[in-house]
Design a protein. Structure first.
Length: 348
């Protein structure tokens, strides 16, 4: 019979019903161990191959998931996707990876495509345009259609599982470390103003600034540069540097940190003796420029793995009745050459 052997043909050879063969091949406890082994031997001898499509239809699962991220050129999203995909493969899932290119319209099209092509669930990080516009109707539709987990850039108005960095605490930690190294006039610089990650990091920065100013008595000053993109980046930074005695800058993304680093060097600033820099992400570029950048690691791989684990729970209906969770992954400050050593002037 060979490759095209069917369950019905195995049933005839074994002299049992089709349902008995089906249950035996799926290890049902309704069928005795001896019968299961006998039927499996026959199936192997006849070259039986299970019909994966039929099994998927029966289980109502396709064995595939969708992934939507804004930009694969970002080291954060690249590493995060690798974490998702590696974990998915271990669980026997196929991953379809798509990029919104920071476009709301493209994100809508990708959402519609995944709903039309029957994936079991979707992991997504929102585009800048989506977060800037505050539009979420397509996200709500997707969440009603299949299980969805948002990562990194999320929408608080959509009730689904979310896996993020502890961005608020990371913003606090970055400022606290700079103050502990003696910095007093600190810029919070963001070129991703509209994103949720930037907003949470800034909120943490501002709260910690107020706390430190009150508890230490230091003459601290905080400055903010807020942009959506990099148009006018150097002009804005130059203006703040020229008008104030800045001694530290926190940049909310890796590209912003690298651009800040390059601008300061071109202007002749000594890093970190005159101006310290802390950025976010911790990709290869930040490690390999000189002086190497102190960074807040966003734990991209860990975020991807946790998002996949959470999605699988939803797909298998193991956690369907629970309130959606927002899982915050603990950040890690990677100390390198763009910051000085702590002075230990106050208790962290």
């Amino acid at each position: 019979m060979g490759f095209n052997t069917t369950i019905r043909e195995i049933a005839c050879i074994a002299n049992v019903s089709v349902s008995t063969v089906s249950k035996a091949l799926n290890n049902s406890p309704e069928i005795s161990m001896n019968t299961r082994l006998r039927i499996k031997r026959i199936a192997i001898a006849q070259g039986y191959k299970p019909n994966s499509t039929a099994r998927a239809l029966k289980s109502k699962n396709t064995g595939s998931i969708g992934i939507i991220v804004p930009d694969i050129s970002s080291s954060f999203f690249s590493i995060m996707v690798q974490g998702i995909e590696a974990r998915a493969k271990k669980r026997g899932l196929r991953s379809y990876i798509c990029f919104s290119n920071e476009s709301l319209n493209m994100e809508r099209k990708l959402v519609d495509s995944f709903m039309n092509h029957s994936v079991d669930g979707v992991i997504m990080s929102l585009s800048k345009q989506t977060q800037s516009a505050g539009i979420n109707d397509h996200l709500t539709r997707l969440n009603m259609h299949v299980p969805m987990v948002m990562v990194d850039r999320v929408c608080d108005h959509v009730e689904c599982d979310k896996v993020v960095l502890d961005d608020f605490e990371a913003g606090r930690s970055a400022l606290r470390y700079l103050v502990d190294t003696g910095c007093r006039n600190i810029v919070f610089l963001t070129a991703i103003k509209a994103t949720s990650v930037s907003q949470y990091r800034m909120a943490g920065f501002k709260e910690e600034f107020c706390c430190l100013k009150k508890s230490t008595g230091f003459r601290l000053k905080a400055f903010t540069i807020e942009l959506n993109g990099y148009d006018g980046f150097e002009n804005k930074l130059n203006k703040v540097l020229n008008e104030n005695s800045i001694d530290a800058i926190i940049a909310t993304d890796e590209l912003g940190a690298i651009k800040t680093h390059g601008h300061l060097q071109r202007k002749g600033y000594m890093i970190p003796n005159e101006v310290s820099i802390i950025g976010f992400t911790n990709g290869e570029m930040s490690q390999n420029i000189y002086p190497s950048l102190t960074m807040v690691s966003q734990r991209a791989k860990k975020i991807g793995e946790r998002a996949l684990d959470r999605l699988v729970l939803r797909i298998l209906n193991k956690d369907r009745d629970l309130v959606p969770k927002k899982i915050a992954i603990k950040h890690k400050l990677i100390l390198r050459e763009t910051t000085r050593q702590p002075n230990f002037l106050f208790d962290n």
